[in-house]
Design a binder for this molecule. Sequence first.
Ligand SMILES: [Mn+2]
Length: 355
Amino acid sequence: MKLGLGLYRDRLTKDNFQFAKQAGCTHIVAHLVDYYNGVEGLPSTDKDRNMGIARTNDDVWSYESLIALKKSMNEEGLEFEAIENFSPADWYDILMDGPTRNAQIENLKMIIRNVGRAGIPIIGYNFSIAGVWGHVNRPVARGGAVTATFNLQEGPEETPIPNGQIWNMTYDFNAPKGCIPPISSAELWERLERFLKELIPVAEEAGVRLAAHPDDPPMPTIRGYGRLVNQPHLYQKLLDIAPSHSNALEFCMGTIQEMTDGNVYEAIDQYSKQNAIGYVHFRNVIGKVPNYQEVFVDEGDIDMIKALRIFKRNKFDGVFIPDHTPQMTCKAPWHAGMAYALGYMKAALSIVNNE
Ligand SMILES: [Mn+2]
């Protein structure tokens, strides 16, 4: 079981690779999609909700760019374990079943082949229209640390998504006025099934695992759009659509804990036993939908050491990353939060790995 750090695109720098190495990481998970760039002029409420612009024809997905990024990690003694998320610009019509769907499928096939050829083992994805939405940052983690919270009653109003947007990002500024019509979960499952049946064989050939993130927040609908994996047993439904080593899970402990059915320990056992987990978001939370708070790794409802022992028992040997953490009060709130989580994880992993 290995330690890694997830880095957003603007944080994929030599300094941050050294920071990861210093904290004991051996692996990096890279987000290549912009979330915060190019949002000048948007109201700050939208910025708070990760609103951004999805770049088209983005060179970052080319084989040469992937190799260059991998080399920059390797130079600091780190491995490139996974890419997290496709860009909304590259698959909006796959999610929406729109007119350019087949061309976008062909483009994703090319991306998967590039990723495999570059020797990057995993691509994480979240098959979702509304994406991660509805969180509000509040100073409610230990010591008043600012953290993401979800409260259906007090959160933002669930308005429909305007045309030209998906996953909280704009891909088309010239889209006709109006909003995306509501979509049922059943319809989204059909789209996911087509997606997996077309792409899993390509991923197998490329030596890549596609790893699904559950719905965050795990509500049955968000803004009127159905969700897919909002209960732990639905991960099994996703795996059974296309049984393959390449059809895998980006296992988010925090999101699973936020679900109302089952429990996180049983879910870890069920899915690690099947060797279905690509990598793990190791984070903790207090509460469940429709009301929860992300918290420091050692202050939440999950007994993280107990959880790690289940991964160990089932011989999971992949990478754990902190996902998100509360921000610590200092000049580098994000780095301090990550360093705290990584130090905890490093200690926990060495205890459990050596048992
Ligand atoms: Mn997650």
